[in-house]
Design a protein around this ligand. Structure first.
Ligand code: NDP
Length: 608
């Protein structure tokens, strides 16, 4: 077959180009290039959204269940516990309200990047159908609060409170939790849901400490300075926001990831001058947001939400489904692969042939992304710089209908760093390729800590039996059963993506984990089980399976351009063990949990 003629591109040339673009960006300091937000930079993490600071005396009491984190993780566990009749629950969160990432991220243009009808949890339980296909950040934040109200999760909650210590007391057979407000709380069960992308990271660029202008991180947007709609606005209904505080300002934004793609159109619309400092361009496909059709809402039958979530999971995690319910840029990625397989006259379905077709399908999709840049961006030089050359899942795929268009505005300049990042920051600006760009305001859209110590991200290190700290226990890689239970850490649950099912829709797995945790806690309370700990054998068996199934991801990640998905190009030796659980089918992980619960005997757990 003449692939080049049929496909419209030469796969070998493209493969080579991807390697060159990756190599250009590899750097020895990998994740070490980033610093921590602490000391003189602590102000970057201060909560700007607290309406009134809570003043209270320290609390000393006992609770059945403490949920650390009031984002979707904690809210889902809390709601699922309430549905089973568990009463004594407390949520602790450092923020001024529930919502987690959707509390803190209020940058202009914030939108759900997954269809909200599959991303938002507990829709049927709360009786809400998002009014847009891709909800605004504010609508999602409101849904978080609605869950908390519906399931009485504000009762007993400790907001504006940071956990500083979490220790298992063998004598008392309780967890003891200390906080920055002097609280000493005891809990029979603890569930950690304190977020995966929650600790903003500091790009340790030379001179960042010398900058004299205004500087903030996208996850603590300073609307007092910029002006504009503090909720993040509604780009679909209202178009780009005018942040009047920026009308006379020269603004720079470092980073062009999923956050910047959403924020840049609003900055372009507001700033006197906008400089977008780019190291690696994002792949930006068509968004095509729409209002939810009320007739469709009326037609929904009970169970629709889980069915839609499962359908999306199948079609975005390598499975097959007759119907594509969501039908958007995410599912199109798989549709291209299915088309290639169906149109192959050899019918070769060997793993090698499928992998080759998956690579070609990816190239087809990325060619469309690159062609779109040419269609939209008027200046050919700028267009060329905005084209991403890597496989689509090397970075979070983005979808937006105003981002690329912003580079046609006369006040907006793309400053490409040729894959190297900005050279340095001065008192008055940002230097790239030896040229200084003077600015009044610098916005860090540089993402969140990934792959750093747990204690660095969370602010505390859970200590289990015998004084064993989680960081030490996991020093040679994560060890869990189902991504949630650890030997030596009784009555303890960890929510997150480590050793959990693979998905692009994190909420899908978070709610699956929440159902599991709620079931276990309720069963222990009902059956009088005081202490529950996963056996070493069960933990080892799961960890081994995660490791064995993770082989292909390592090859994939190594060929990717650097980013937080692949340890900035330097994979940790434990990457296979620390990654997702890849089932034969995308639904395997949730099926395993369901079967585990169906046995009603807590297999693999030591009970006393
Ligand atoms: P990312 O980590 O994805 O992006 C950080 C950006 O900063 C990258 O473009 C990176 O470049 C750039 N950068 C870092 N250091 C430098 C430097 N020294 N010089 C120049 N550029 C630099 O963070 P985001 O906040 O954009 O997104 C994080 C995650 O949040 C997403 O992947 C997504 O999962 C989630 N998100 C979810 C949304 C939703 O609706 N559900 C919406 C928005 C975000 P490089 O690529 O070269 O490393």
């Amino acid at each position: 077959m003449n692939e080049t003629a049929e496909l419209g591109f030469n796969p070998d040339e493209l493969r080579e180009k991807y390697v060159q673009e990756r190599d250009k960006r590899l750097r020895d300091d990998a994740n070490e290039q980033y610093g921590h937000i602490e000391g003189d930079f602590s102000y970057l993490e201060k909560d700007p959204f607290v309406e009134e600071e809570i003043k209270r005396d320290p609390v000393k009491d006992e609770t059945d269940v403490i949920l650390i984190g009031g984002g979707f993780g904690g809210l889902c566990v809390g709601a699922r516990l309430r549905m089973l009749g568990v009463k004594d629950i407390r949520i602790i969160d450092k923020a001024g309200d529930m919502g987690g990432t959707w509390y803190f991220n209020r940058y202009p243009g914030i939108n759900c990047d997954i269809e909200s009808h599959v991303y938002l949890p507990l829709l049927e339980e709360v009786g809400y159908v998002p009014e847009q296909k891709y909800a605004t950040g504010h609508q999602i934040f409101e849904h978080c609060k609605a869950i908390a109200r519906k399931f009485n999760l504000y009762d007993n909650a400790l907001l504006q409170t940071e956990v500083t210590e979490l220790c298992w007391s063998e004598g008392e057979q309780h967890w003891i939790i200390k906080t920055n407000r002097g609280d000493e709380l005891r809990a029979k069960f603890v569930s950690l849901a304190n977020g995966f992308l929650q600790k903003p990271k500091l790009p340790a660029i030379a001179g960042i400490d010398t900058f004299k202008g205004k500087m903030f991180h996208t996850c603590r947007w300073d609307y007092d300075y910029t002006g504009g709609d503090r909720t993040g606005g509604d780009v679909f209904r209202e178009g780009p926001m005018n942040m009047e505080g920026l009308n006379d300002k020269r603004v720079g934004i470092i980073g062009t990831g999923a956050t910047a793609v959403q924020a840049v159109p609003h900055l372009g619309n507001s700033a006197k001058e906008l400089f977008v400092f780019q190291r690696t361009p994002s792949a930006v496909g068509v968004r095509n947001n729409s209002l939810t059709d009320p007739e469709w809402v009326k037609s929904l039958k009970p169970g629709w939400h889980q069915e839609r979530m499962d359908n999306f999971l199948m079609l975005t995690a390598g499975g097959y489904a007759e119907e594509d319910m969501v039908d958007d840029g995410w599912t199109e990625i798989t549709a291209t692969l299915v088309d290639l397989i169906m149109s192959d006259p050899t019918g070769d379905m060997s793993p090698e042939a499928i992998e080759l077709k998956a690579e070609l399908a990816d190239m087809v999709n990325m060619e469309k992304v690159r062609a779109r840049v040419d269609e939209v961006v008027k200046d050919p030089e700028t267009a060329e710089l905005l084209k991403p050359y890597y496989r689509q899942f090397c970075k979070r795929p983005c979808f937006h209908d105003d981002y690329l268009q912003t580079f046609n505005l006369p006040n907006v300049k793309l400053v490409d760093t040729k894959g190297q990042g900005v050279d340095r920051i001065t008192e008055t600006g940002v230097v790239v390729n030896g040229k200084e760009y003077e600015i009044d305001c610098l916005i860090l859209s540089t993402g969140f800590e990934v792959g750093t110590d747990y204690a660095s991200r969370a602010g505390f290190d859970p200590v289990g039996k015998g004084g064993l700290a989680l960081t030490d226990y996991w020093s040679d890689g994560a060890k869990t059963l189902h991504g949630m239970h650890m030997h030596n850490f009784p009555n303890f649950f960890m929510m997150g993506i480590t050793q959990s099912g693979f998905t692009v829709n994190f909420m899908h797995m978070i709610d699956a984990e929440a159902k599991q945790i709620a079931y276990i806690v309720n069963k222990c309370l009902q059956d009088g089980i005081n202490v529950l700990e996963v056996s070493k054998e069960a933990e080892q068996a799961w960890t081994k399976e995660v490791y064995e199934r993770g082989e292909r991801t390592v090859d994939f990640a190594m060929n990717c351009t650097p980013g937080y998905y692949n340890g900035e190009g330097k994979l940790s030796p434990t990457v296979r063990q620390d990654g997702f659980y890849f089932g034969d089918q995308p639904t395997d992980y949730t099926n395993i949990l369901e079967e585990w619960r169906a046995s009603d005997d807590l297999p693999g757990m030591i009970k006393s």
